[in-house]
Design a protein around this ligand. Structure first.
Ligand SMILES: Nc1ncnc2c1ncn2[C@@H]1O[C@H](COP(=O)(O)OP(=O)(O)OP(=O)(O)O)[C@@H](O)[C@H]1O
Ligand SMILES: [Mg+2]
Length: 172
């Protein structure tokens, strides 16, 4: 995997892949800071989302800048952290990328993700949402500091794989 020591993990992937679950498990196991990228949207985006209006890339840049600010603050202060952000496009990841940042891509097959979305909401999700997410997804390339974890296991197994493969240390 390219990239030096991981200090901030960005847990990425399509909606319902299990980003929030894996990020929380990792932060818990490691004692690292945890944040939800979705909670960092500027007020204008929150209003749009409440109105059911899809966000455009122009809406996303100021949001990604706020996620990047969270990452930078952690890198600058030497505070390790985990943040969720779907980061589906390489251009989104470009905003977040920095030395010490590793993208953890939670990758699952359509069946696994559909099952999770259905379990979460209690009813079938429109498959069009997942299809559009998968169509937008540009998986991390070999030159990007990243790790792909298979989503079809328990959160503890996924987290253990990330910890071992990246050699992460809990904060003491
Ligand atoms: N490894 C796993 N095994 C079984 N169920 C899981 C696993 N990871 C997540 N889930 C379940 O799948 C559903 C979706 O997970 P989660 O909310 O973490 O996804 P997400 O990627 O954060 O979604 P969103 O993009 O909508 O925030 C939840 O109901 C969660 O409990
Ligand atoms: Mg989530």
């Amino acid at each position: 995997m390219p990239g030096a020591e991981a200090r901030v993990l960005v847990v990425m992937g399509v909606s319902g892949s299990g980003k929030s679950t894996l990020a929380a498990t990792l932060a818990d196991q490691l004692g690292w800071d945890l944040a939800e990228g979705d909670d960092m949207h500027p007020a204008a985006n929150v209003e749009k989302m409440h109105a059911g209006t899809p966000l455009t890339d122009d809406d996303r840049w100021p949001w990604l800048d706020l996620v990047a600010a969270w990452i930078r603050e952690h890198l600058d202060t030497g505070t390790p952290g985990v943040v969720t952000c779907s980061a589906l496009k390489r251009s989104y990841r470009d905003v977040l990328r920095a030395p010490g940042v590793v993208f953890v891509h939670v990758a699952g097959d359509t069946g696994t993700i559909e099952q999770r979305m259905t379990a979460r909401s209690g009813h079938f999700m429109p498959t069009s949402l997942l299809a559009s997410q998968l169509a937008t997804l540009e998986p991390p390339q070999p030159d990007e500091a990243h790790l792909t974890v298979a989503a079809d296991r328990s959160p503890d197994e996924e987290a253990a794989e990330v910890v071992v493969r990246l050699g992460l240390q809990p904060v003491s």
